[in-house]
Design a protein around this ligand. Structure first.
Ligand SMILES: Nc1ncnc2c1ncn2[C@@H]1O[C@H](COP(=O)(O)OP(=O)(O)OP(=O)(O)O)[C@@H](O)[C@H]1O
Length: 268
Protein backbone atom coordinates (compact mmCIF):
# COMPACT_ATOMS: atom_id res chain seq x y z
CA UNK A 1 0.00 0.00 0.00
CA UNK A 2 1.35 3.43 -0.89
CA UNK A 3 1.98 5.91 1.88
CA UNK A 4 -0.22 8.97 1.97
CA UNK A 5 2.94 11.05 1.85
CA UNK A 6 1.77 13.40 -0.85
CA UNK A 7 -1.26 14.56 1.05
CA UNK A 8 -1.51 18.33 0.73
CA UNK A 9 -3.33 20.31 3.39
CA UNK A 10 -5.47 23.26 2.26
CA UNK A 11 -4.24 26.79 2.79
CA UNK A 12 -5.14 27.85 6.30
CA UNK A 13 -6.92 31.04 7.17
CA UNK A 14 -5.11 31.45 10.50
CA UNK A 15 -1.89 30.51 12.27
CA UNK A 16 -3.37 29.55 15.64
CA UNK A 17 -4.58 26.13 16.79
CA UNK A 18 -6.64 24.25 14.22
CA UNK A 19 -9.32 23.56 16.82
CA UNK A 20 -10.17 25.72 19.80
CA UNK A 21 -13.14 25.09 22.02
CA UNK A 22 -14.00 27.38 24.90
CA UNK A 23 -16.20 26.11 27.72
CA UNK A 24 -18.52 24.14 25.49
CA UNK A 25 -21.72 22.96 27.14
CA UNK A 26 -24.32 20.67 25.63
CA UNK A 27 -27.57 19.40 27.08
CA UNK A 28 -29.93 16.74 25.81
CA UNK A 29 -33.19 17.68 27.57
CA UNK A 30 -32.31 17.93 31.23
CA UNK A 31 -29.13 15.86 30.85
CA UNK A 32 -25.86 17.76 30.91
CA UNK A 33 -23.80 15.90 28.27
CA UNK A 34 -20.76 18.19 27.82
CA UNK A 35 -19.53 20.34 30.67
CA UNK A 36 -17.17 23.24 30.02
CA UNK A 37 -15.07 21.42 27.44
CA UNK A 38 -12.11 23.67 26.59
CA UNK A 39 -9.47 22.34 24.29
CA UNK A 40 -6.84 23.40 21.78
CA UNK A 41 -5.49 21.15 19.06
CA UNK A 42 -2.40 22.16 17.15
CA UNK A 43 -1.87 21.74 13.43
CA UNK A 44 -0.57 18.29 12.58
CA UNK A 45 -1.43 16.95 16.02
CA UNK A 46 -2.93 13.47 16.36
CA UNK A 47 -5.23 13.22 19.35
CA UNK A 48 -6.97 10.09 20.56
CA UNK A 49 -10.07 10.64 22.66
CA UNK A 50 -11.10 7.88 25.05
CA UNK A 51 -13.49 7.36 27.92
CA UNK A 52 -16.26 5.07 29.08
CA UNK A 53 -19.44 4.57 27.10
CA UNK A 54 -21.67 7.62 27.43
CA UNK A 55 -18.79 9.96 28.34
CA UNK A 56 -19.74 12.30 25.50
CA UNK A 57 -16.96 11.55 22.99
CA UNK A 58 -19.23 11.20 19.95
CA UNK A 59 -21.29 14.21 20.96
CA UNK A 60 -18.12 16.27 21.30
CA UNK A 61 -16.88 15.26 17.83
CA UNK A 62 -20.28 16.09 16.38
CA UNK A 63 -20.24 19.57 17.91
CA UNK A 64 -17.00 20.33 16.06
CA UNK A 65 -18.73 20.40 12.69
CA UNK A 66 -22.06 21.44 14.12
CA UNK A 67 -23.83 18.15 13.55
CA UNK A 68 -24.84 18.93 17.15
CA UNK A 69 -25.51 22.56 18.06
CA UNK A 70 -24.16 23.62 21.46
CA UNK A 71 -25.94 25.38 24.30
CA UNK A 72 -23.05 27.60 25.35
CA UNK A 73 -19.37 28.11 24.63
CA UNK A 74 -17.41 28.72 21.46
CA UNK A 75 -15.92 26.45 18.82
CA UNK A 76 -13.35 27.60 16.29
CA UNK A 77 -11.91 25.49 13.49
CA UNK A 78 -8.99 27.02 11.64
CA UNK A 79 -9.80 30.35 13.28
CA UNK A 80 -13.42 30.41 12.13
CA UNK A 81 -16.29 30.23 14.57
CA UNK A 82 -18.29 27.16 13.59
CA UNK A 83 -21.95 27.55 12.77
CA UNK A 84 -22.30 30.88 14.53
CA UNK A 85 -21.48 34.52 14.14
CA UNK A 86 -21.32 37.22 16.74
CA UNK A 87 -23.31 40.29 15.80
CA UNK A 88 -22.12 43.83 16.53
CA UNK A 89 -24.44 43.94 19.55
CA UNK A 90 -22.76 40.81 20.94
CA UNK A 91 -25.68 38.49 20.23
CA UNK A 92 -24.74 35.08 18.78
CA UNK A 93 -26.74 33.92 15.76
CA UNK A 94 -26.58 30.92 13.46
CA UNK A 95 -24.90 31.29 10.08
CA UNK A 96 -26.71 30.33 6.87
CA UNK A 97 -27.02 26.68 5.84
CA UNK A 98 -24.81 27.40 2.83
CA UNK A 99 -22.09 28.99 4.97
CA UNK A 100 -22.28 26.05 7.37
CA UNK A 101 -21.92 23.56 4.49
CA UNK A 102 -18.77 25.40 3.40
CA UNK A 103 -17.34 25.19 6.92
CA UNK A 104 -18.19 21.51 7.17
CA UNK A 105 -16.35 20.86 3.93
CA UNK A 106 -13.12 21.68 5.79
CA UNK A 107 -13.67 18.91 8.31
CA UNK A 108 -13.49 15.27 7.23
CA UNK A 109 -15.61 12.90 9.29
CA UNK A 110 -15.20 9.13 9.27
CA UNK A 111 -17.83 7.21 11.20
CA UNK A 112 -18.07 3.69 12.56
CA UNK A 113 -20.46 2.84 9.71
CA UNK A 114 -19.13 4.04 6.39
CA UNK A 115 -22.45 4.96 4.73
CA UNK A 116 -21.07 4.91 1.19
CA UNK A 117 -23.60 5.63 -1.56
CA UNK A 118 -24.63 2.12 -2.69
CA UNK A 119 -25.75 3.15 -6.19
CA UNK A 120 -22.41 4.80 -7.06
CA UNK A 121 -19.11 3.18 -7.89
CA UNK A 122 -16.24 3.47 -5.44
CA UNK A 123 -14.65 6.21 -7.56
CA UNK A 124 -17.90 8.16 -7.84
CA UNK A 125 -18.33 7.99 -4.07
CA UNK A 126 -15.01 9.80 -3.74
CA UNK A 127 -15.35 12.58 -6.33
CA UNK A 128 -19.05 13.25 -5.89
CA UNK A 129 -18.89 15.70 -2.97
CA UNK A 130 -15.96 17.82 -4.20
CA UNK A 131 -17.92 18.42 -7.42
CA UNK A 132 -21.40 18.84 -5.88
CA UNK A 133 -20.50 20.62 -2.65
CA UNK A 134 -17.30 22.48 -3.49
CA UNK A 135 -17.92 23.06 -7.18
CA UNK A 136 -14.61 21.48 -8.23
CA UNK A 137 -14.14 20.66 -11.90
CA UNK A 138 -15.09 17.04 -12.53
CA UNK A 139 -11.89 16.05 -14.35
CA UNK A 140 -9.73 17.35 -11.50
CA UNK A 141 -11.90 15.76 -8.82
CA UNK A 142 -11.81 12.41 -10.62
CA UNK A 143 -8.03 12.58 -10.99
CA UNK A 144 -7.61 13.34 -7.28
CA UNK A 145 -10.09 10.58 -6.40
CA UNK A 146 -7.94 8.10 -8.34
CA UNK A 147 -4.85 9.32 -6.54
CA UNK A 148 -6.53 8.90 -3.15
CA UNK A 149 -7.82 5.46 -4.06
CA UNK A 150 -4.27 4.50 -4.94
CA UNK A 151 -3.02 5.84 -1.64
CA UNK A 152 -5.49 3.73 0.34
CA UNK A 153 -4.42 0.71 -1.74
CA UNK A 154 -7.65 0.24 -3.72
CA UNK A 155 -6.87 1.41 -7.28
CA UNK A 156 -8.23 -1.82 -8.69
CA UNK A 157 -11.64 -1.23 -7.07
CA UNK A 158 -12.48 2.11 -8.72
CA UNK A 159 -15.38 0.83 -10.81
CA UNK A 160 -17.09 -1.59 -8.46
CA UNK A 161 -20.00 -0.87 -6.11
CA UNK A 162 -19.23 -0.57 -2.40
CA UNK A 163 -21.25 -3.70 -1.52
CA UNK A 164 -18.69 -5.91 -3.24
CA UNK A 165 -15.94 -4.69 -0.88
CA UNK A 166 -15.03 -5.98 2.56
CA UNK A 167 -15.78 -3.81 5.59
CA UNK A 168 -12.14 -2.78 5.86
CA UNK A 169 -12.01 -1.82 2.19
CA UNK A 170 -15.24 0.18 2.52
CA UNK A 171 -13.82 2.07 5.46
CA UNK A 172 -10.68 2.86 3.44
CA UNK A 173 -12.95 4.25 0.70
CA UNK A 174 -14.77 6.31 3.35
CA UNK A 175 -11.42 7.76 4.43
CA UNK A 176 -10.52 8.57 0.80
CA UNK A 177 -13.95 10.16 0.36
CA UNK A 178 -13.36 12.42 3.38
CA UNK A 179 -9.86 13.31 2.12
CA UNK A 180 -11.23 14.25 -1.30
CA UNK A 181 -12.68 17.42 0.25
CA UNK A 182 -9.09 18.41 1.19
CA UNK A 183 -10.07 18.86 4.83
CA UNK A 184 -8.01 20.85 7.31
CA UNK A 185 -8.89 18.34 9.99
CA UNK A 186 -10.07 14.74 10.12
CA UNK A 187 -12.39 13.36 12.78
CA UNK A 188 -12.71 9.60 13.27
CA UNK A 189 -15.44 8.12 15.44
CA UNK A 190 -14.56 4.52 16.29
CA UNK A 191 -13.54 3.82 12.69
CA UNK A 192 -12.63 0.19 13.34
CA UNK A 193 -15.15 -0.93 15.92
CA UNK A 194 -17.66 -2.29 13.37
CA UNK A 195 -15.00 -4.27 11.48
CA UNK A 196 -14.02 -7.90 11.64
CA UNK A 197 -10.76 -8.15 13.59
CA UNK A 198 -8.70 -9.08 10.52
CA UNK A 199 -9.74 -5.82 8.80
CA UNK A 200 -8.78 -3.50 11.64
CA UNK A 201 -5.06 -3.40 10.83
CA UNK A 202 -5.48 -2.20 7.24
CA UNK A 203 -7.64 0.74 8.31
CA UNK A 204 -5.29 1.69 11.14
CA UNK A 205 -2.40 1.55 8.64
CA UNK A 206 -4.11 4.09 6.40
CA UNK A 207 -4.71 6.31 9.42
CA UNK A 208 -1.08 5.96 10.49
CA UNK A 209 0.09 6.97 6.99
CA UNK A 210 -2.17 9.98 7.17
CA UNK A 211 -0.74 10.97 10.55
CA UNK A 212 2.78 10.68 9.14
CA UNK A 213 1.76 12.91 6.24
CA UNK A 214 0.92 15.65 8.75
CA UNK A 215 -2.86 15.49 8.88
CA UNK A 216 -4.48 16.84 12.04
CA UNK A 217 -6.66 14.10 13.46
CA UNK A 218 -9.02 13.62 16.38
CA UNK A 219 -9.81 9.96 16.80
CA UNK A 220 -12.24 8.26 19.14
CA UNK A 221 -10.85 4.76 19.45
CA UNK A 222 -10.17 2.01 21.93
CA UNK A 223 -7.19 0.77 19.91
CA UNK A 224 -4.53 1.45 22.49
CA UNK A 225 -1.63 -0.15 20.56
CA UNK A 226 -2.35 2.23 17.69
CA UNK A 227 -2.69 5.12 20.15
CA UNK A 228 0.68 4.33 21.68
CA UNK A 229 2.34 4.42 18.26
CA UNK A 230 0.53 7.24 16.56
CA UNK A 231 -1.06 9.67 19.03
CA UNK A 232 0.70 12.81 20.19
CA UNK A 233 -1.86 13.23 22.92
CA UNK A 234 -4.40 11.10 24.73
CA UNK A 235 -7.48 12.86 26.09
CA UNK A 236 -9.67 11.11 28.64
CA UNK A 237 -13.31 12.13 28.95
CA UNK A 238 -15.65 11.09 31.69
CA UNK A 239 -19.22 12.23 32.31
CA UNK A 240 -18.95 14.99 29.70
CA UNK A 241 -15.71 16.53 30.90
CA UNK A 242 -12.02 16.19 30.08
CA UNK A 243 -10.51 14.64 33.20
CA UNK A 244 -6.97 13.99 32.04
CA UNK A 245 -4.72 14.44 29.01
CA UNK A 246 -1.11 14.05 28.00
CA UNK A 247 1.44 11.91 26.23
CA UNK A 248 -0.25 8.48 25.85
CA UNK A 249 2.68 6.57 27.36
CA UNK A 250 2.69 8.81 30.43
CA UNK A 251 -1.06 8.57 30.92
CA UNK A 252 -0.91 4.77 30.50
CA UNK A 253 1.93 4.36 32.98
CA UNK A 254 0.86 6.95 35.50
CA UNK A 255 -2.83 7.89 35.30
CA UNK A 256 -3.61 10.76 37.63
CA UNK A 257 -7.33 10.21 37.90
CA UNK A 258 -9.03 7.21 39.44
CA UNK A 259 -11.60 7.11 36.61
CA UNK A 260 -8.77 7.06 34.05
CA UNK A 261 -7.20 4.15 35.91
CA UNK A 262 -10.51 2.28 35.89
CA UNK A 263 -11.06 2.91 32.20
CA UNK A 264 -7.52 1.96 31.16
CA UNK A 265 -7.67 -1.28 33.12
CA UNK A 266 -10.40 -2.37 30.68
CA UNK A 267 -8.71 -1.40 27.41
CA UNK A 268 -4.97 -1.89 27.99
N1 LIG B 1 -29.57 12.67 20.29
C1 LIG B 1 -29.52 12.38 21.60
N2 LIG B 1 -30.56 12.61 22.42
C2 LIG B 1 -30.50 12.34 23.72
N3 LIG B 1 -29.41 11.84 24.36
C3 LIG B 1 -28.34 11.59 23.60
C4 LIG B 1 -28.31 11.84 22.18
N4 LIG B 1 -27.09 11.50 21.70
C5 LIG B 1 -26.38 11.05 22.76
N5 LIG B 1 -27.12 11.10 23.90
C6 LIG B 1 -26.66 10.74 25.23
O1 LIG B 1 -25.53 11.51 25.53
C7 LIG B 1 -24.60 10.76 26.30
C8 LIG B 1 -23.24 10.82 25.61
O2 LIG B 1 -23.31 10.05 24.42
P1 LIG B 1 -22.09 9.90 23.43
O3 LIG B 1 -22.53 9.03 22.32
O4 LIG B 1 -21.55 11.24 23.10
O5 LIG B 1 -21.04 9.14 24.35
P2 LIG B 1 -19.74 8.34 23.93
O6 LIG B 1 -18.69 8.71 24.91
O7 LIG B 1 -19.43 8.58 22.50
O8 LIG B 1 -20.19 6.84 24.17
P3 LIG B 1 -19.85 5.46 23.35
O9 LIG B 1 -18.44 5.13 23.70
O10 LIG B 1 -20.83 4.50 23.91
O11 LIG B 1 -20.05 5.75 21.89
C9 LIG B 1 -25.15 9.35 26.40
O12 LIG B 1 -25.74 9.21 27.67
C10 LIG B 1 -26.20 9.29 25.31
O13 LIG B 1 -27.24 8.44 25.67
Amino acid sequence: MNALSEYTAPVSVSDGPIVRTVEVNKWFGDRHILTDVSLEIERGEVVVLVGPSGAGKTTFLRTLNRLEPIDSGEIYVDGQRIGERVRDDGKVTEISAKALAAQRADIGFVFQHFNLFPHMTVLENIWHSPVRVKGEKKAEAVAYARELLDRVGLSDKADVRPRSLSGGQQQRVAIARALAMRPALMLFDEPTSALDPEMVGEVLQVMQDLAKAGMTMIIVSHEMGFTREVADRLIVMDAGAIIEQGDPELVFSNPKHERTRQFLSKVL
